[in-house]
Design a protein. Structure first.
Length: 281
């Protein structure tokens, strides 16, 4: 197994090295018989021994450390997907997550949310700000477009909005699951530093959040039921599933499905009424 792993790593390193544009990187072009960088040039860029790098490409360099693989990935100018593949073939595991903040989504992803109606669908980032939603989410959960971005945060809504306690059944149990899932999600996305201001704010503003955060509980909430009291729908229940978005570990999509056709029709009616009111105004 080790020989196979070293062979796969060697093949991948040689291939990626050959794809680099030596001229664009400022290297002399004389006496280059093959495309890409030379082995010693990659080694120099990665700050490692040229001999060892040569051994890695020959499948006899042994198992490199994560630090060395990270330096080689930078030297080869790998994309996030290529870096992950390098770690998988070199160490059998992905690299540590590096958080990349991005405040938006693509139009294609928004169209995915829209086509899911009458299911409620939204996308949250690593700090659990809701950054995209469909019309069903606007009529069932919150009209996110009508509130400032800071108020679109799920945790702020649960712990700082007085109406949240009334709208959600068994609020404390729900809140504990949310906090545990939030902690796990932030670590998985490599966003511990990014969530800290929000955590500090909530610890100061909510003793309930502070107590739950200090418990260090973690959860995985892939699916379940959501029950709430809705102004138009009354007592209402949906089943939900959460999904990760490939190449975006900072984002998660949540889809809430009506539990019966009657509730789905009610959501459609709310959407139609909202659209009609917006067209009149």
């Amino acid at each position: 197994m080790r020989v196979i792993q070293e062979s796969r790593l060697a093949a991948y390193l040689k291939d990626r090295r050959s794809k680099l544009d030596s001229a664009a990187l400022g290297y002399p072009q004389r006496r280059r018989r093959t495309p890409g960088l030379r082995r010693e040039e990659v080694a120099q860029r990665a700050h490692i021994s040229a001999t060892w790098y040569t051994w890695l490409e020959q499948g006899r360099g042994g198992k490199p450390s994560a630090e060395v693989l990270a330096r080689i990935a930078d030297a080869l100018m790998l994309t996030d997907a290529e870096r992950e593949h390098l770690f998988l073939v070199g160490l059998g595991r992905p690299p540590e997550v590096c958080y990349h903040q991005d405040h938006g989504i693509t139009p294609r992803l928004q169209r995915v949310l829209d086509v899911l109606e009458p299911s409620v669908a939204l996308i949250r980032n690593a700090t659990w700000d809701v950054i995209a939603w469909n019309r069903a989410a606007a009529v069932v959960l919150k009209d996110y477009a009508a509130v400032p971005p800071a108020q679109r945060n799920i945790l702020r809504s649960i712990f700082l909005d007085p109406d949240s306690h009334v709208a959600k059944h068994d609020w404390e149990s729900v809140a504990r699951v949310v906090v545990g899932t939030f902690r796990a999600d932030s670590v998985r996305a490599g966003a511990e530093a990014q969530i800290q201001p929000l955590v500090d704010e909530l610890c100061q503003a909510s003793s309930a959040f502070a107590e739950m955060w200090r418990s260090h509980d973690v959860q995985r909430q892939g699916e379940g039921d959501k029950r709430l009291d809705h102004p138009q729908l009354g007592a209402f229940a949906m089943e939900f599933s959460t999904f990760t978005i490939d190449a975006r570990p900072d984002l998660g999509m949540i889809v809430y499905n009506p539990m019966n056709p009657e509730d789905a029709d009610k959501i459609r009616a709310l959407i139609a009424a909202r659209d009609s009111a917006m067209s009149v105004s």
